[in-house]
Design a protein around this ligand. Structure first.
Ligand SMILES: *Cc1c(COP(=O)(O)O)cnc(C)c1O
Length: 435
């Protein structure tokens, strides 16, 4: 006997998911006291999510930026089921398996040149932690005292401690500031140059989100900046970490955002769309030079890092299948199509008084709304609710509304979402102009 009742209590049977959720769950980035109740999702197909109440919602932000081929894709489902029948998981220290090997081979073949050593972990934050620890120990293994990281203003690299340290200060990190390690914060290239000059022998690496700073507000960067940073890193013998957790796998119009500037970082961090939004998986891919600094008869030079689910076979199998689908379905062309639609329709929104900026890159279209301390400070929440009532999931970052759909979205669906965005913003603008 288990000593507890596995069967649902009779009253539970009649409760909906939302109410059962409210009794025991705690949600990410959610003020549970004032947030509206979570919506029960029972099914996903393509760009659509289906609620337990029978509502059909278009997933216009790719379920927090992870989905690219749509929900419950038959080809990915099949790859997952096949792998589950073969091997669901095994530890990765001392063992290996086909899904991990195949995925590494495929990644190395498409990544910027020189990135050849794949270290798996669980998510975007761990991919960043691994990169930071790898770099920090790399210099020690080489006998150099380079212990400082440079990161950018508006950066976001994840929610674990190293990743939070690298991220710019925000409401997300505020309670933890005393626990974070010091970072040299750069805004532009002149500023970075100066930081390099003043700390040339202490800097271990620069970490940045190439071309697009996501959570910092969908800020699009010039490719010249990336080129200049690569040059500075070469000049000062500093490593470059590209956090492509968001930008990887076509999101900015190239397979990897570094390819806009045709540069190779020394380390790249991948997650999110790596598994097409199916399962958690992170990959930190380094150069042979970095890998070789850990090869030694001295066991203390080992990279002592790993997670229980490192290289999970189910995650790796789906990631491999996603890359196959990516090529077969010409995903980069789909992204180019989405980009053209965004460029046709979004820039004209700048004519509205309530819109302060429009930014577009690849399959990301962002509209920044003028915000003040009054009513419009809550504009993000207002927009979220308004779009949900129109059957669209758009969840603004503060006052930045962005459209980032799975690549499988159809033209008529893009048009419909753009029509709705236009109408909602025109309504807001009427109220805004009257103030
Ligand atoms: C989302 C994100 C992360 C963190 O990934 P998680 O899987 O949420 O931990 C790190 N870096 C960037 C650029 C991201 O967008």
């Amino acid at each position: 006997m288990l000593g507890f009742d596995l069967h649902l209590k009779p009253n539970t049977y009649f409760m909906n998911l939302t109410d059962r959720d409210r009794r025991h769950l705690w949600h990410p980035y959610t003020q549970e006291k004032i947030a509206p109740p979570p919506i029960g999702i029972v099914r996903g197909r393509g760009v659509w999510l289906y609620t337990e109440d029978g509502q059909k919602i278009l997933d216009a932000i790719s379920s927090w930026w992870v989905n690219i081929h749509g929900h419950a894709h038959p080809f990915l489902n099949q790859a997952l089921a096949r792998q589950a029948n073969e091997l669901e998981h095994t530890m990765f220290a001392g063992f290996t398996h086909k899904p991990a090997v195949e995925l590494a081979e495929k990644l190395v073949a498409i990544l910027p040149k020189g990135l050849t050593r794949v270290f798996y972990s669980d998510n975007g934050s761990t991919a960043v932690e691994v990169a930071l620890k790898m770099v920090y120990q790399f210099w020690q293994n080489r006998g150099e005292q380079r212990k400082t990281f440079v990161a950018l203003e508006h950066a976001y690299h994840g929610d674990t401690f190293g990743a939070m340290s690298a991220s710019d200060k925000s409401a997300f990190t505020k309670p933890f500031v005393p626990l974070l390690f010091d970072i040299l914060r750069a805004g532009n290239i002149e500023n970075t140059d100066q930081i390099f000059q003043e700390n040339s022998k202490q800097i271990a690496a620069v970490i940045l989100e190439p071309m697009l700073q996501g959570a910092g507000g969908m800020i699009v960067r010039e490719k010249q900046f990336l080129l200049d940073i690569r040059k500075l890193c070469n000049q000062y013998n500093v490593l470059l970490i590209a956090d492509e957790v968001l930008t990887g796998f076509g999101r900015t119009g190239k397979m990897f955002a570094c390819q806009h500037a045709e540069i190779s970082p020394d380390i790249i961090c991948l997650s999110k769309a790596l598994t097409a939004g199916y399962l958690p998986l992170g990959a930190t891919v380094a150069t042979e030079e970095i890998y070789e600094a850990f090869l030694s008869d001295d066991r203390m030079k080992t990279f002592f890092h790993g997670h229980s689910f490192t290289a999970n076979p189910l995650s790796c199998a789906v990631a491999s299948a996603s890359l196959e689908l990516f090529e077969r379905e010409n995903c980069l062309e789909k992204v180019a199509f989405i980009n053209r639609k965004f460029n046709e329709r979004l820039p004209q929104l700048s004519n509205l008084d309530c819109v302060s900026d429009v930014r577009i890159i690849g399959a990301v279209g962002a509209v920044e709304i003028v915000s003040d301390d009054g009513y419009f400070a809550d504009i993000g929440q207002t927009l979220y609710q308004e779009f949900l009532s129109r059957n669209i999931l758009l969840r603004p970052l503060g006052n930045v509304l962005y459209f980032m759909p799975p690549y499988v979205i159809q033209e008529k669906e893009i048009d419909w979402v753009l029509d709705e965005i236009t109408e909602v913003l025109e309504n807001i603008n009427r109220r805004f102009s009257r103030k």
